[in-house]
Design a protein. Structure first.
Length: 28
């Protein structure tokens, strides 16, 4: 969700921080 999106896959990092959002590509 934060800096980890560069390392962790979108499916996991999205759930780590952006739980409200679906499996969307991080970049906003």
């Amino acid at each position: 969700g934060e800096i980890q999106d560069l390392r962790e896959p979108p499916s996991t990092e999205v759930r780590s921080t952006d739980t409200a959002k679906p499996n969307l590509p991080i970049g906003d």
